[in-house]
Design a protein around this ligand. Structure first.
Ligand code: TYM
Length: 338
């Protein structure tokens, strides 16, 4: 990554981020990360570990620090190439928190109250419904708008936040003239909503108390196999996509995402076979997908010097780029230049 990366041919700009929770799930990988990796050659991609977002729920300091580094190393292991795609830690780039404050003042209480993630999380953490949890979407909007992103690769669950980002940007542009690019969501055809293995009407989420509901990228192979063998299915015993077959639909979706086979090809391959065989096959396919990632993760996490150098360099780049947008927005509002 060099300065010239800033003015690379007019490729479209992509921004995305993932929170550094202790467990990065198969849902995060198939819904978002995998697409981040694929998009690197065709777009100017900028990626971040969204650690500012993570303190809307209470974090243990020691575990939090380790989780941020683990997430960083894991995303490199998944194939993020920081030479092509600046990849930084959100809290290292102060423009994010600054623009977030500004955007808070252009975001309505009613809009934030309608966010389903806010409603879900405030139910789950009824003892800690903090202002950060409520205004979280303004920070996410700042992340995206600072880089004038054209596209934002996300899973379906983040679509509502992206729509709000667009509304905030349009409102600001409406008042002050063109300041922010209006971003579009980029949602993959497969894997955009990986469901819980225990209740396939709900999305796979690391915050699920039932550990069998989710698969972590860093789960060991035995654990992955056990979780798939315990996955909830139905009583029809036919491997095909269909109504009322949420569990099997989800497993077929995962199989399709990791092998590249279509749903029909999978149905033909498992014709006449039981769910036991199918669940084992899905488990094995997932194990094979994560195996090389796990090996690389171990190399990266043990190479602290490389990690430090990489996230610092990326943060410097991100700061230079984002400062331009922040300065532009502040000037339009009427702030006195530094
Ligand atoms: P987060 O950290 O919850 O999830 C990261 C990404 O993974 C996707 N995802 C899923 N996709 C498919 N199936 C699932 N079960 C599943 N679970 C999660 C999410 O859609 C997301 O793309 N607020 C964001 C992080 C963020 C961000 C941003 C994203 C902060 N700033 C700017 C884009 C742009 C979040 O909490 O995602």
């Amino acid at each position: 990554m060099s300065d010239t990366a800033e003015i690379k041919e007019k490729k479209k700009v992509i921004f995305s981020a993932i929170q550094p929770s202790g467990t990065i799930t198969l849902g995060n990988y198939l819904g978002a990360l995998r697409n981040w990796v694929k998009l690197q050659d065709d777009y100017n991609c900028i990626y971040a570990v969204a650690d500012l977002h993570a303190i809307t729920v209470r974090q243990d300091p020691k575990a939090f620090r380790q989780n941020i580094l683990n997430a960083y190393a894991l995303f490199l292991a998944c194939g993020i190439d920081p030479e092509k795609s600046p990849f930084f830690i959100q809290s290292h780039v102060h423009t994010h928190a600054e623009l977030a404050w500004i955007l808070n003042c252009y975001t309505q209480f009613g809009e934030l109250s309608r966010m389903t993630q806010f409603k879900d999380k405030s139910q789950k953490h009824a003892d800690n419904i903090n202002a950060g949890l409520f205004t979280y979407p303004s920070l996410m909007a700042a992340d995206i708008l600072l880089y004038q992103a054209d596209l934002v690769p996300i899973g379906i669950d983040q679509k509502q936040h992206l729509e709000l980002t667009r509304n905030i940007a349009e409102r600001f542009n409406g008042i002050y003239g063109n300041t922010f690019k209006i971003p579009e969501p980029y949602i993959g055809k497969v894997g955009a909503k990986v469901m819980s293995l225990q209740d396939p009407t709900k999305k796979m989420s690391k915050s699920d108390e039932n550990v069998n509901a989710w698969v972590a990228i860093l789960d060991n192979p035995d654990v992955i196999m056990k979780k798939f063998k315990r996955a909830v299915t139905d009583s029809e015993a036919v491997v095909r996509v269909g109504e009322g077959k949420d569990g099997i639909n989800n497993l077929i979706g995962i199989m399709s995402a990791v092998t590249g086979k279509t749903e029909d090809e999978i149905a033909v391959e498992f014709e006449g076979k039981g769910y036991g065989d199918f669940k084992t096959a899905v488990g094995e396919a997932v194990v094979e997908t994560v195996r090389p990632i796990q090996e690389k993760f171990n190399d990266y996490i043990n190479n602290k010097d490389y990690l430090t150098e990489t996230y610092r360099k990326s943060a410097e780049f991100a700061l230079r780029l984002s400062q331009r947008t922040l300065d532009k927005a502040m000037k339009k509002i009427g702030y006195v230049a530094r």
